[in-house]
Design a protein around this ligand. Structure first.
Ligand code: AGP
Length: 615
């Protein structure tokens, strides 16, 4: 997820683009860059690692030499391919500097395109997938930038928004879109392209949303839209009535609510590019297949929500790989003196990649000669840098302190690690792995289906906002979901909440049950491990017998549980191991709504930090 702005009009492009990027920095802040085309056929590019302020300072320091002109574009980066450095910062150019490209998304066949370019003598200077697009467009250019961009887009696979300028075409910017956001801002004598309307609504509230596989050319006086083959397509003008703050939050009151809605994309983008030619591939694998095959024990270490995703990994890896897996809180891991050696794989999960407890666990594991695989949402962070292998989640920046989209992305990444281990160890045939991956590819739609039903959850949240506590129960992979639901409620609504394995109810927590107490029960599929379903039904009876309210998260059509649910929250039927991806969503929404009903700031809960860099 990156921030992109393009402008053609009558004002100095550099100022307009920098202002627009400032409204999009929540989409990425690993680096920033601008390109401006002046009337003399000169294209100036400036780019800098770090937040936008670093770039602005560098431009001010150089007196903004060369950056004169009314055609320009810019980019704030959330790194996917290539660490957040100056040379990986966008825009990227071809060897002559005539073309500049900024990009949001993942070009899945970039390795093949990169090899083709290098074989033809092109020297690539960055680690990014975007640079290959710049060289290809330059090679394709024959006086018509839109035609060149269309020709290259027809060769790209994956998700991408590309915005392109050419030194020989001042007064024109071309942008292309596939599965990644792009809107056109329609002004008076000036036009924009941007990742979202926040970049330009201070100038114009009239906009056009681009559709799939479309290319737009903007000039000061207008815009034209075609498909990737050059055929004109109809567009629809809409008026933006959000204020700037709402625009940055996608129309929501809080970033967290927007990020809950982004979970289908977080799942889809985390999966993207990890199943190539029938095989699971990790991002950085400084461990060969034999080393993966030699693994005889797995530890999953993490904190908080990341730990809960790790508990899901335990079930998946044990089932798919027949390997013993221990999920351990990172803060406990190294003090328990775990038994580790070269055949131990430690999976370290951290969305920030900077959590001190997890980082120290990684260091301890490596001191003990164990191999470390990091699952991280932040390219270039300390934990992946100190690991032997990395699988990045692609949830984009998560502004809300409470983790939501990074949780589902971590769960998906854990499944990919499990399948990669099963593949290396041969505990699953390639057709079985392909089937599991295909089931994962259906999950974004399943998560989107759940998001379509959350109004009932919000009403329930307002109804129980005055409760003194809420209990959460689950079995199997429903148990980590129960823990995560309780953590969300604690950290957002400052309410006592406890998650526990449903089988533990009779061993103590049942004493907590009293009239009207809300108890969330995460039901497994009646079609999966049927015995679990019937045992949870028994738990529900125990709860109801003591007058507590049963809030049941259950599979659509689970009619056996319906009579015993005070409130039934239905989720799509999915394979047993994948259930956390859908059953967690209502619990996120429930916690956020209770927090709002209690008047708390959902994005910035008290006492919490987004990344805990102290032990
Ligand atoms: C989650 O809602 C919390 N904000 C917190 O538990 C978080 O998951 C934990 O601190 C781990 O952070 P990390 O993923 O950046 O390592």
């Amino acid at each position: 997820m990156c921030g992109i702005v393009g402008y053609v009009g009558h004002r100095p492009a550099l100022d307009v683009v920098l202002q627009g990027l400032g409204r999009l920095e929540y989409r990425g802040y690993d680096s920033a860059g601008v390109a401006v085309v002046d009337g003399s056929g000169s294209l100036s590019v400036g780019r800098k690692a770090g937040p936008l302020a670093n770039l602005a300072a560098e431009l001010d320091g150089s007196g903004r030499d060369g950056f004169v002109g009314t055609t320009g574009m810019g980019h704030t980066r959330w790194a996917t391919h290539g660490a957040p450095t100056d040379r990986n910062a966008h825009p990227h150019s071809d060897a002559t500097g005539a073309v500049a490209v900024v990009h949001n998304g993942i070009i899945e066949n970039f390795a093949q395109l990169r090899a083709e370019l290098e074989a033809s003598g092109v020297e690539l200077t960055s680690e990014t997938d975007t640079e290959s697009a710049a060289h290809l467009i330059a090679r394709q250019y024959a006086g018509d930038l839109a035609a060149a961009v269309r020709a290259v887009c027809r060769r790209l696979e994956g998700a991408f928004t590309l915005v392109v300028t050419h030194a020989d075409e001042p007064g024109r910017i071309v942008a292309a879109r596939r599965s990644s956001p792009l809107v056109v801002g329609v002004g008076d004598g000036e036009h924009f392209v941007a990742s979202d309307v926040a970049a330009f609504i201070e100038t114009t509230r009239d906009a056009v949303e681009l559709g799939q596989d479309q290319v737009v050319t903007i000039s000061a006086d207008g815009y034209t839209v075609t498909d990737f083959h050059g055929d004109p397509v109809a567009t629809r003008l809409f008026h933006v009535d959000w204020d700037l703050s709402a625009a940055e939050k996608g129309g929501h009151d809080y970033f967290m609510l927007k990020e809950i809605e982004e979970q289908p994309s977080a799942v889809r983008d985390t999966l993207r590019g990890h199943f190539v030619d029938g095989r699971i591939v990790l991002d950085e694998q400084r461990m060969d297949t034999q080393e993966l095959r030699d693994v005889d024990k797995v530890f999953v270490v993490a904190c908080g929500t990341a730990y809960h995703s790790g508990l899901v990994a335990k079930y998946a890896i044990e089932h798919w790989c027949r390997l013993p897996v221990e999920a351990e809180l990172a803060s406990e891991f190294r003090y328990r003196d775990p038994v580790l050696d070269r055949s131990t794989l430690v999976v370290a999960i951290s969305q920030s990649g900077e959590t001190a407890d997890t980082l120290e666990a990684v260091r301890h594991a490596r001191e003990q000669k164990a191999r470390v695989l990091a699952i991280c949402n932040t390219n270039g962070a300390q934990i992946p840098r100190e690991s032997d292998a990395v699988l990045y989640t692609h949830a984009g920046p998560e502004i809300g302190v409470a983790a939501t989209k990074t949780f589902v992305a971590q769960v998906v990444a854990n499944y990919l690690v499990g399948l990669a281990l099963a593949q290396a160890r041969g505990t699953k045939y390639s057709d079985e792995i392909a089937r599991e991956f295909a089931e994962l590819e259906a999950m974004p739609d399943a998560v989107a289906d759940v998001l379509g039903t959350v109004e009932r959850v919000r009403a329930l949240g307002r109804d129980i906002a005055g409760s003194k506590a809420v209990l959460f129960l689950g079995r199997h992979v429903g148990y980590p979901v129960a823990l995560e639901g309780a953590l969300k409620l604690k950290e957002l609504a400052y309410m006592h909440a406890e998650g526990f394995a449903a089988g533990e109810l009779k061993h103590g927590p049942i004493a907590l049950l009293e009239e009207g107490l809300p108890v969330v029960v995460v039901m497994p599929s009646p079609k999966g491990r049927g015995v679990l379903h019937s045992k949870l039904l028994s738990n529900i009876q125990e709860i109801r017998a003591r007058g507590a309210r049963t809030i049941v998260v259950a599979e659509e059509g689970d009619d056996t549980v319906r009579p015993y649910a005070s409130h039934l929250l239905e989720v799509p039927a999915v394979p047993t191991l994948l259930q956390p991806l859908v059953s967690t969503v209502p619990l996120q929404v429930l916690a956020a709504e209770i927090a709002r009903a209690r008047g708390f700031d959902v994005d910035r809960p008290r006492n919490l930090a987004k990344s805990v860099t102290v032990e």
